[in-house]
Design a protein. Structure first.
Length: 156
């Protein structure tokens, strides 16, 4: 894999995921979201956006480190596939929750996001401890977001 692709693909990939998620989210904000019962610990939208921005940056760094360390090693492509699947499932959450208004299904999707992040952390560890550690905040945030989605589902 060309070394320039190592540094271009991850940020572009996560930018695409962020833009897709943002587009889906904007479709559901407003009257529908405003009418939902939400727990008092629900963060403001601007805070959520900032957290996702940091998480996507950290995930892109993780992917860059992984590609740099493992590009010629066995297991490289399945792990790349895992990052891609995780990104698609991540953007899918916004579509399911905000566009389709299927909160229960969004809980399941959020759980899948968390599961794939955990598998990514474990799978990447043998190639780079740092790449795995960069994913830990993602797992923490997704765990919180899954719980929050579950509570919103129960309240509505």
């Amino acid at each position: 894999m060309n070394k320039y692709i190592t540094y271009i693909f991850p940020p572009v990939f996560y930018l695409c995921i962020a833009l897709a998620g943002s587009a889906f989210t904007s479709q559901g904000l407003g009257p529908w979201y405003d009418t939902l019962a939400k727990p008092s610990f629900t963060p403001q939208g601007s805070v959520i956006g900032m957290i996702w921005t940091v998480i996507y940056i950290l995930a892109a760094i993780s992917l860059i480190i992984f590609i740099s360390n493992a590009r010629d090693k066995h297991g490289f492509w399945p792990i790349i596939g895992l990052y891609i699947i995780n990104g698609i499932i991540n953007a899918g959450w916004s579509y399911i929750f905000f566009t389709m208004h299927l909160i229960g299904l969004a809980v399941i999707d959020a759980g899948l996001i968390g599961a794939t992040v955990l598998v990514m952390i474990v799978a990447v560890w043998r190639y780079s401890t740092a790449a795995s550690i960069f994913l830990v905040p993602y797992l923490g945030w997704v765990s919180f977001a899954t719980y929050l989605t579950y509570i919103i589902h129960k309240m509505n």
